[in-house]
Design a protein around this ligand. Structure first.
Ligand code: NAP
Length: 223
């Protein structure tokens, strides 16, 4: 049995990851701002609510709450997509900053806060997006989201180098185009399929593949 901590576990892909890891017999620590009825209905899951991943005090609190727990997998899943455009940039700067805080900085801050709970063999996962790929950007738009996910991709590679000597692998995973609140329930797949694929990729991750950027369907993605 492994212990898996997931941020943004109250809905969307994070909720589905929590359900599936719990069903496989793992101990799930579901981190969220507010628990949902669906999260509360999962038997045996440990819910740590009241945690905003952009708030230093909340991260210090989370560190205290899980002191002494060894995390096998830390999944930085919480994310935000707010539309942004070139023409509107002067009115949208707060949206740019919010996405930078949540998508780029928070995975690093959560990982730093929980470092004492990670040991050789642990895995740190960042749920990023192929929209953060510069090479794969064939349609433009969504400036703020793309910048924030490109930034976290860069951060993830540095994190992989930083944590390799400790025996901790880091994986950057694109979940697919998934029908969740973020996509207004449009997309190619449902959260259950995305979570199933993500768990397979997380199982495969080791120190030989640390720092890799992969689609949940198994493809390697270009930077
Ligand atoms: N859906 C897709 O097609 C798709 C594609 C590529 C990448 N992704 C990535 O996949 C991840 C999950 O996305 P999703 O589709 O499941 O989105 P979602 O349904 O909108 O869920 C987002 C989750 O992030 C949490 N969150 C946002 N800001 C937070 C904060 N400041 N502190 C704590 N939690 C916060 C939300 O909590 P609240 O309920 O409190 O807001 C929610 O649990 C994100 O990183 C996203 O960028 C999704």
């Amino acid at each position: 049995m492994s212990t898996v901590l997931i941020t943004g576990a109250n809905r969307g892909i994070g909720l589905e990851l929590a359900k599936q890891y719990q069903a496989k017999g793992h101990q799930v620590i579901a981190v969220c701002r507010h628990a949902s009825a669906e999260l509360e209905s999962i038997d045996g899951v440990r819910i740590e609510s009241g945690i905003d991943v952009t708030q230093a005090a909340d991260l210090a609190d989370l560190k205290r709450r899980i002191e002494g727990v060894h995390l096998d997998v830390l999944i930085n899943n919480a994310g935000l997509l707010v539309g942004s455009s070139l023409a509107g940039i002067e009115h949208e700067l707060d949206a740019y900053r919010d996405q930078f805080e949540i998508n780029t900085l928070a995975p690093l801050r959560v990982t730093a806060a929980l470092l004492d709970s990670l040991k050789a063999g642990s895995k740190v996962i960042i749920i990023t997006s192929r929209m953060g790929s510069v090479a794969d950007n064939t349609s433009g738009g969504q400036f703020a989201y793309r910048i924030s996910k490109a930034g976290v991709n860069s951060a993830g590679v540095s994190l992989a180098h930083e944590l390799k000597p400790k025996g901790i692998a880091v994986g950057l995973l694109h979940p697919g185009y998934v029908r969740t609140g973020m996509t207004k329930h449009t997309g190619h797949i449902d959260p259950d399929e995305s979570a199933r694929n993500l768990i397979e990729r997380i199982d495969e991750l080791d120190l030989t593949s640390t720092g890799s950027f992969r689609h949940a369907n198994g493809e390697s993605l270009p930077w």
